[in-house]
Write a protein that binds this ligand. Structure first.
Ligand SMILES: [Zn+2]
Length: 236
């Protein structure tokens, strides 16, 4: 199914009052730790509304790895701040800064920078897609930036923003799992991304086959040395 535009949450009036209350705090009083107030107390209803809304709007699908996890229990999902709440708490309840994500993507993404030109004192929420260095759940069409090769558990980046998304959200963990790696080896992951890039660039069918085979060997057997040798061969 093609990606439909993600519908941002419209807060119910009683939640909007709380959001407005937070937004009215002096700029410097807003901190990421305020989010702890959503674990219980009056702000808990805001967090619940956010999760429920985006679970439905996203059809139980993580916007980063596209895994569909059909579980109603809200604890399965993380409320996700696209621009990290610790870096820019002023956008904590901004509807287009919110979605739900799987715990692995959220854990990998953590406080990583997603803005091309980060600023902690930014007042206006950036809505221009080009202000983001990765592909944004609300502002970009995922399929234009990443192609998922499901059989290999492989995310093939189509653009720079796609590469950034794979790195920020740790999507290589699927390949690494698939390849039987016990520990995540970043250099192998980066190599796979590089090979994927070359695959998208090349026009030669012979080279495409070669690259697919190479990616396959990295994915299936985790032969880092073989892949490195292969890459050398390709660029020689
Ligand atoms: Zn995910």
């Amino acid at each position: 199914m093609a990606d439909l535009k993600l519908v941002p949450i419209s807060y119910a009036s009683e939640q909007q009052v709380l959001v407005d209350k937070f937004n009215a705090l002096p700029f410097k009083s807003k901190t990421g730790s305020f989010w702890k107030n959503t674990h219980k107390g009056e702000y808990a209803s805001v967090k619940e509304a956010i999760k429920k809304h985006y679970l439905q709007a996203q059809n139980y699908t993580c916007p980063y790895c596209k895994q569909r996890i059909v579980v109603e229990h809200l604890g399965t999902w993380d409320a996700e701040h696209v621009i990290a709440k610790d870096e820019n708490p002023q956008f904590m309840f901004e509807s287009q800064n919110l979605c739900v994500s799987c715990k692995d993507c959220n854990g990998s993404k953590s406080n990583k920078e997603v803005l091309s030109r980060p600023s902690r004192t930014r007042r206006k929420f950036p809505t221009d897609p080009d202000e983001y260095k990765f592909c944004h759940p609300h502002f970009h069409d995922y399929e234009q930036h990443i192609r998922i090769v499901e059989v290999a558990g492989f995310y093939m980046p189509l653009t720079e923003k796609g590469i950034a998304l794979i790195e920020i959200c740790g999507l290589l963990r699927f390949v690494l799992k698939c390849g039987g790696y016990e520990s995540v080896d970043n250099s192998v992951g980066k190599l796979i991304v590089q090979l994927g890039n070359k695959l998208m660039e090349t026009q030669s069918p012979a080279e495409q086959v070669y690259l697919m085979t190479l990616i396959g060997s990295v994915v299936e057997r985790g032969l880092k040395s073989a892949a490195l040798a292969g890459l050398e061969g390709l660029t020689a």
